[in-house]
Write a protein that binds this ligand. Structure first.
Ligand code: GLU
Length: 439
């Protein structure tokens, strides 16, 4: 082949390029669900739809090997990920998850939902997420620390206070954030508190961060209840997952006079028609690690959780819990998604046809990242706010963001999920267009 012919540009179709197979919606899983959600918003994007392909491809995907010395002298290898879905509006931002079911598809979807969530509440971030496929309950504290530090060191090439800021997610907590902050700081040679959020208060963490996701769930739940004429006082609430998100939301709803009638987590499903004693249940979870074995409740078969008579259902555990198989059984009038991605697109359609209002994850659980933003701002300015101020600012942002999404849903006669995607994707793609392509 002559040089001239080798240099000829390959003829390409500048229409829709086929996606690489790992980005394809037919590869079911959370990423496939996310792509279906994007397809539903594209017709509402007007001229910005020209940039929509951006939303279907993560900007950067890092897959890493995380080898550590185990206590028994062997070496174990774990697979880890950090995905930066979009950084048009600011640095990547999103949690790190340690779970035995973590996959690339899941982390990609979670990173994309972070882009949408951050834009929906208008915090100046793109979207990112990380994870390690590991059951952390099987590790000793020393193994957990070594794994966290090696993972942080490996992703150190793409994170940083102005690049990408991790935070807690499923099975990660303040201690893990402290190790991540320390590892990054040791590697860069100076203490850098702003590299992660969700840190202990004494290391630049923010008051109110631990409760923020649950508080946001409660805030948007109250706003939506007001719109549909539902009283919180006396409302029956079922919660799946009773940790940082479900536990705090459950407590706030109970304090407002709602009855928490059923709770499900990895340890079982419990029921109390008159309303569970939430403070006692939170104590029990703290002591035993789950709701199972709580004395002041009946035990239910796990699958019957979806049949519980309730007004509000709060899935606050993992994704893909509400599917075409159980969406027809749900009795709630309103679902508040504390978890990321708990409802599949097929289930969304069933719920909509049954007039069940879904407050989607990308707005309902945005309270956590909103206070992460406050933490990051406080770290940069080395000036810390009191909890009252933090909660007041959080509630203001959540109410404002929810009101905007509610109006779009009414105007355009779309679900709240599609409305949130419309608001958020327009913001993301507008900055994409303003920045332009380089080169
Ligand atoms: N992991 C949380 C979420 O899914 C919080 C992320 C953050 O604070 O950056 O929204």
């Amino acid at each position: 082949m002559s040089y001239a012919s080798a240099a000829q540009p390959v003829a390409v179709d500048h229409g829709q390029h086929p996606l690489p197979s790992y980005l394809d919606a037919s590869n079911l899983g959370p990423w496939g669900n996310y792509l279906q959600q994007v397809d539903r918003v594209i017709p509402h994007l007007g001229s910005l739809a020209r940039w929509a392909e951006t939303l279907k491809r993560p900007k950067r995907v890092l897959i890493i090997d995380v080898p550590i010395h185990m206590d028994d002298g062997t070496v174990a290898h774990f697979e880890g990920y950090r995905v930066q879905h979009n950084v048009s509006r600011g640095p990547g931002k999103g949690g790190v998850r340690f779970h035995q079911d973590v996959t690339l598809s899941e982390v990609m979807a979670l990173s994309a939902w972070m882009s949408v969530k951050n834009a929906a509440v208008n915090v100046p971030y793109g979207g990112a997420k990380g994870g390690i496929r590991v059951d952390p309950k099987k590790l000793s504290l020393g193994e957990l620390e070594r794994m966290t530090r090696r993972y942080t060191s490996e992703i150190g090439i793409i994170i940083g206070p102005n690049k990408d800021i991790p935070a807690p997610d499923v099975n990660t907590n303040e201690q893990i954030m402290a190790w991540m902050m320390d590892t990054y700081s040791m590697n860069t040679g100076s203490t850098s508190t702003g590299v992660v959020t969700g840190k202990p208060i004494d290391l630049g963490g923010s008051l109110g961060r631990r409760e923020a996701t649950g508080r946001g769930v409660y805030t948007v739940g109250c706003e939506a209840a007001h719109h549909i004429g539902m009283e919180i006082k006396g409302a029956r609430v079922a919660v799946q997952g009773f940790g940082n998100v479900g536990g705090v939301a459950g407590k706030l709803f109970a304090e407002a006079g709602a009855r928490i009638v059923a709770v499900q987590d990895h340890s079982g499903t419990i029921y109390q028609g008159a309303g569970l004693d939430v403070p006692a249940l939170l104590q029990h979870v703290l002591a035993t690690g789950g709701v199972g074995g709580f004395a002041k409740a009946e035990v239910m078969a796990n699958d019957t959780f979806w049949d519980v008579d309730c007004d509000i259902l709060i899935p606050a555990a993992l994704e893909q819990q509400i599917t075409a198989d159980n969406a027809g059984r749900i009795k709630a009038r309103m679902i508040i998604e504390g978890a990321n991605g708990p409802t599949t697109p097929a289930a969304d359609d069933i719920l909509q046809s049954r007039d069940i209002l879904v407050l989607p994850d990308v707005i309902a659980n945005a309270g956590g990242v909103t206070v992460s933003y406050f933490e990051w701002v406080q770290d940069f300015s080395s000036f810390f706010w009191d909890e009252e101020e933090i909660n007041a600012r959080l509630v203001k942002i959540m109410k404002h963001a929810f009101a905007a999404v509610w109006d779009v849903a009414q105007d355009q006669k779309v679900s709240l999920r599609t409305a949130t995607f419309i608001v958020a994707c327009k913001r993301i793609l507008h900055t994409r267009e303003l920045r332009g392509l380089y080169p």
